[in-house]
Ligand binder design. Structure first.
Ligand SMILES: NC(=O)c1ccc[n+]([C@@H]2O[C@H](COP(=O)([O-])OP(=O)(O)OC[C@H]3O[C@@H](n4cnc5c(N)ncnc54)[C@H](OP(=O)(O)O)[C@@H]3O)[C@@H](O)[C@H]2O)c1
Length: 289
């Protein structure tokens, strides 16, 4: 099956927006970028008719309920968007021979590991957001084993809400800032993930056997504190950064202490060279000016 028309949900999110920016570089595809007003994931009963109307060869689902702390109390909505909707999209795609690619998170893991998580490491989420994403993965694969799932972590972009933009704003406003230093992970520039996503869609539609779970994150491992230090350095800011531990910064949702994803599988599958997080952070901050 050759892919021509691709529906992208969540067009105004970090990843969805990066895909909109890249679309002109891929004239072989006709993208339909659907924001929440065009494709509302909380209304799965409408999916079938919208998909029939658009008749795409691929669906890239970037939309998600991503408010990790709020998910602890808004459980029904988080579950509807991250689990029920994902399973329904997977089912419709499977029934209509449409490629289906969706995203998941490092927060499906419990954080107790000491070496990078492989795609087949047992999942064991420690918060409700992670639980909804984990259930979404399992149900999507159960109803449509050809589903492609890319787990990613610590996503940043020049667009939308993320750690980089929040840190830059706070570092301009304050003399000093406490940042958690005992959570370890791999930052991901949404633009790099968008490029890998289009590549994976291309190769899957050319007949390469790509299905199941993959991990994508920028190269290198860091803590939120070291990440903030690099953001400060790149932006030439002078705010004092102070390392604190997780216990000193309580949040409604528990975070995994170690959420480093192993990305070897995707690197081999689509033959990509993933940039380091430092290099991509600099590129992103240049976009922010
Ligand atoms: N951000 C991270 O650090 C991170 C980490 C690991 C995994 N991920 C996963 O990576 C994927 C992309 O994340 P991202 O960073 O691009 O997320 P994001 O910037 O938070 O964007 C999520 C998008 O989903 C949309 N959305 C929320 N509820 C919706 C609904 N009911 N119907 C339709 N759209 C809805 C939002 O719409 P509005 O713009 O209208 O609010 C937003 O545009 C997601 O699957 C996420 O779970 C993200």
């Amino acid at each position: 099956m050759s892919t021509k028309k691709i529906v992208v949900t969540g067009a105004n999110g970090q990843l969805g927006w990066e895909l909109t920016q890249l679309s002109a570089s891929y004239p072989m595809y006709e993208f339909i970028f659907a924001d929440r007003s065009m494709f509302d994931l909380s209304k799965p009963e409408l999916f079938e008719s919208l998909i029939q109307q658009w008749a795409p060869q691929a669906i890239i689902n970037t939309a998600a309920y991503t408010a990790v702390d709020k998910a602890e109390t808004e459980q029904a909505l988080a579950n509807l968007i991250n689990t029920t909707a994902v399973a329904e999209l997977a089912r419709i795609a499977g029934a209509n021979d449409i490629l289906f690619l969706t995203f998941s998170t490092d927060y499906v893991f419990n954080g107790n590991a000491t070496s990078p998580y492989l795609t087949d490491t047992i999942i064991d989420p420690v918060n409700f957001y992670g639980t909804t994403k984990a259930q979404g993965e399992l149900l999507a694969l159960a109803v449509n084993p050809n589903t492609i799932i890319i787990r990613t972590s610590w996503v940043f972009s020049s667009h939308g809400n993320n750690f980089v933009k929040t840190m830059m704003r706070l570092m301009k406003e304050r003399i000093s800032l406490n940042v958690v230093s005992d959570q370890i992970g791999r930052p991901t520039y949404a633009k790099d993930l968008a490029i890998a996503t289009i590549k994976i869609i291309g190769e899957a539609s050319d007949g390469k056997k790509i299905k199941g779970v993959y991990h994508f994150a920028n190269k290198g491992v860091t803590s939120w504190f070291e990440f903030a230090q690099q953001i400060k350095k790149n932006a030439g800011l002078s705010c004092d950064l102070l390392p604190i531990n997780t216990a000193q910064f309580p949040t409604p949702a528990k975070r995994p202490a170690y959420s480093v994803l192993d990305t070897q599988k995707i690197e081999t599958a689509i033959n990509i060279d993933i940039p380091s997080w430092e290099e991509s952070l600099l590129a992103c901050q240049k976009m922010l000016g």
